[in-house]
Each structure stands twice: as structure tokens, then as C-alpha cells.
Write a protein that binds this ligand. Sequence first.
Ligand code: ZN
Ligand code: ZN
Ligand code: ZN
Length: 371
Amino acid sequence: MEIDDLYPPERLVAARRATAAAGLDALLLTPGADLRYLTGYHARAGERLTCLVLPAEGAPTLIVPALERPAAEASPAPATGVRIVDHSDGTDPYPLVAAALGRPVTAVGLADRMWAEQVLALRTALPGAQQRLAGEVLRDLRIRKSPAEVTALAEAGAAIDAVHRRMGEWLRPGRTETEVAADIAAAIREAGHVTVDFVIVAAGPNGASPHHDTSDRPIGAGEPVVVDIGGTMGSGYRSDCTRTYVTGGPAPAEFTDYYAVLWEAQRAAVAAVRPGTSAEAVDAAARDVITGAGFGPAFLHRTGHGIGLDGHEEPYVVAGNPRELEPGMAFSIEPGIYLAGRHGARIEDIVVCTTDGVQRLNTTPTELIAL
Ligand code: ZN
Ligand code: ZN
Ligand code: ZN
């Protein structure tokens, strides 16, 4: 896949049009997914200012620290038509933002996750300009993935699937969650990711905490183990996949009973995905199965989240989100059942809404896997 396909220059055109339509004079984007989405430039967030100044009308400027200029020039950004301006250590970079705008502005959209010190410095540099969120403009562009983006997400999905397939090499009774997680992290890189974003290995009672990390507790025989792992590929796109395992003996009967419910719920939610269905209806498809079996209160979180250049982004698959699914939307389907003090289970696939249904980007079996 060509990088130009992933980060086409038309995105800047679409973003400028949407910026004007939202009543904003410009977007100001510091390092993060929004900057990368529009320019392909993967910049590190730091105390030195890196900022794309994207006026609704006029030329876009990428302000970078002088020492980052070679990296910015080597990125896809220049090919998107962005002019690069640099600043040296010891100089105030914020007047460069006003200069790049070239005229007084009344409202700007700031990167949703901009550092507060930058927000305040921009308030000083652009006196009187209303500050809003760039997400108002960019969320709607990023929510539908292009075919090249879906390919990138599919590559990420295949890479994390390859790690799950190797779980038998590492997961066994007596090893600690942290030891197993170290092996998994190495495999996530070997599978083609450039960074490891998270490795959750949650055995026995730890499995009842959805965001348990790892611990030095040894894994017991017959304990269910929730393994939720993900990373970022060189393309910038991410993986996220959960499977539940049992090692060294059969799982408790009460566990296998509710695992069957969870499996059914996850399949029902995947099957509900198609254009025109609402995000909350997909959540309900999973939740109704779990609630119907009496485990409603044990399903502690929403059914899923969008994924792309961010690990969690729109659309959120949650009660109260009436957003209709459209082709190209990519998100997780990850119901869970958690029994405090005992054990828990989650099954997570990334899926893409297609023109007539759904494509799963994770394809390893979702049944309880005995190792
Ligand atoms: Zn999560
Ligand atoms: Zn996950
Ligand atoms: Zn997830």
C-alpha cells in the first residue's frame, strides 16, 4: 500500500471546507491523530511547539522545532501541500501561529488533546479568538475509513491475530501475568507493530476487572485468563483484540455457562452490523442476550469503540448513541461478563461496516480456548 493512498492531499481540502462550514477561521493541530490524519506527519508531543495551522482559506503551514524539520520534510506532509516553518530553541514560537494565519481570527478549532499550556499560549497569541474543538470538524471525516485505511486496519488485525495464535507458547499455570505479558509484548512487535499499546493478562479474579493490566500473581490451573492486546503499525493504524483462555485444566462450570452466553452476545452484535443500524442497536444486540440470561449487571461497559489512528475514537457503540452506521466505519465489538472476586470474560473483534453488512478484521476462533 502506498502512503499517498493512506494520507491523500484531498483530506486537507475536505477539512478546510468543513472548517469553514463550522464557522471556524482555522484549525490548529498539535501532534496526535488529527495531525497525522491530515498530513501523514507522525510527530512526538513535547514542550516544543509543533502545530499545523490550517486556515479555512489560505495556505496551510506546519510549524515545527528546527531540530524536527528534517523529520517533517521526510514525512508525507510536504506532498499534501503544507509549507514548513521552523523555530529555534529560545525563541517564542506562538507568534508564528498568528503570522501563519495572516489576519485576525474570531474562532479557531484546537486539537482535542492539545496540552493545556499550549491552549493558554494560543489564547495569548490570538487575543479574542474563541477556542473550540477541532473534533467538531474532524470527527465526521475520520469516522468513515477509506479503502486504504480499511486495508491498514486489516493488516493490524492480522498481525494481532498472529499473536493470539501463539498464546500456547506462553500461557501456562505457575507463570505470572507479567511474565506472560512480556512475551506477548515481544510477539506484538515481531508481528509487525511498531509500538505495543497495551497488554492485559487478567487471570482468575483479575479477569473481573475490565482494565486490569498485569500483576505478579501466578496463573492458576483451570483459571480463565482474559488477554486483551493491541499495538500500532507503521501505517499509524491500530489493533485491539481480546480472547479468553483457560490453561492447565477445565474452567469452572459456572464460568463455561456464562461464557456461552457471552459468545452468543458477541455474535449477535457482530451480526447486527450493517448500514443504517444505529450504534446503540448494536450495543443492545449484545446486551439483550446477556441481560436475558441474568448477567446484565455484570456487563460493566459499552459494547465497543471506533478505532483507527486512535485506539478509541468515534463511533462509540453505546446506549444513547443513535448514530447510524455507514460503510467504512470501523469499531470493536467487545461485550464482557465480570463476576467480582471470581473471574470474568471478554470477546473482542474489530469489525468494519460494509455496503451490505460487516467484515470482521479479527478471525481467530472466539470460543473459550483451552491451552
Ligand atoms: Zn478498554
Ligand atoms: Zn481491547
Ligand atoms: Zn477495545
